[in-house]
Design a protein around this ligand. Structure first.
Ligand code: PEP
Length: 262
């Protein structure tokens, strides 16, 4: 039975004391759920202090980005190698990085490989823009983003990858349109199909695929009920302890109703 994975992307918000306060509030409001894995992704600066504060039975940490080389003359960068004892996960290819930092398919492929090399599970974010959807290119975009990002991996490596389907038009800071669960279902099925084409049915069954895009406590259940959706990547709503605790509670209730709350 797969866990439900809930990832909070705090983006470039919260200094150390603000992040610590949010964790304190979340810890008060969150029970230990063995079937639910909650991952917090604060700024790079905050990872170290949070690592000593979090209750590890409740939370894990993710980096929002890292450099694909393990070390070298790359002023200002932090490598996956430097993060390996600190985080379980790292976001790779988030649309804000693809769009604002011009991250290419090749760079994202190298970051995915660097994460795996350093025992960090990459959370590979993929998704089409509003224009690409309008032009009927959604499948082509997902195909290109998934196949290129996974292209240097073995089947064993792929089992450590998480893919988050995040249509750019549904991310609150870009368009904030609410995607219909059917749209998420179709894209998630297509992503799994791509993984199957590349690595076979077992890899496709086992890989975790999340949905992200304006998810909050009132909508998360609709997406978690989508066939093949293993969790959610949450931006804006994860900065609010009431909303994020509500998201966790919804996930818990759904597992309980389905008899999966081990
Ligand atoms: C994100 O940052 O990945 C995201 C999905 O943001 P939001 O939930 O605010 O749309």
């Amino acid at each position: 039975m797969k866990n439900t994975l809930l990832v909070a992307n705090w983006k470039m918000h919260l200094n150390t004391s603000q992040a610590s306060m949010l964790v304190h509030r979340l810890q008060e409001r969150t029970r230990i759920h063995r079937g639910i894995e909650i991952v917090l992704s604060p700024s790079m600066l905050v990872l170290q202090p949070l690592s000593t504060q979090i209750d590890r039975r409740k939370f894990r940490l993710a980096a929002q980005n890292a450099h694909y080389k393990d070390e070298g003359a790359f002023t200002g960068e932090v490598s996956f190698n430097m993060l390996r004892d600190l985080v379980h996960y790292a976001l790779v290819g988030h649309s804000e990085r693809r769009i604002y930092f011009n991250e290419s398919l090749e760079l994202i492929r190298d970051k995915v490989a660097a994460a795996i090399r350093n025992d960090i599970s990459p959370i590979l974010c993929v998704g089409e823009t509003a224009q690409e959807r309008k032009d009927g290119h959604t499948r082509q975009v997902l195909h290109d983003q998934v196949t290129s990002a996974l292209s240097n991996l073995t089947a064993r490596d792929v089992s450590k990858v998480v893919i988050a389907y995040e249509p750019v038009w549904a991310i609150s800071t870009f368009g904030g349109e609410v995607a219909k669960p059917e749209q998420a279902a179709e894209a998630i099925a297509f992503i799994r199909h791509q993984v199957e084409q590349l690595y076979g049915p077992k890899a496709a069954r086992n890989i975790r695929v999340l949905y992200g895009g304006s998810v909050d406590d009132s909508t998360v259940r609709d997406y978690l009920e989508v066939d093949g959706c293993d969790g959610a990547l949450v931006g804006g709503a994860s900065l609010n302890p009431y909303k994020f605790a509500g998201i966790i509670e919804s996930a818990y209730r759904l597992r309980h109703e389905l008899g999966e709350d081990d």
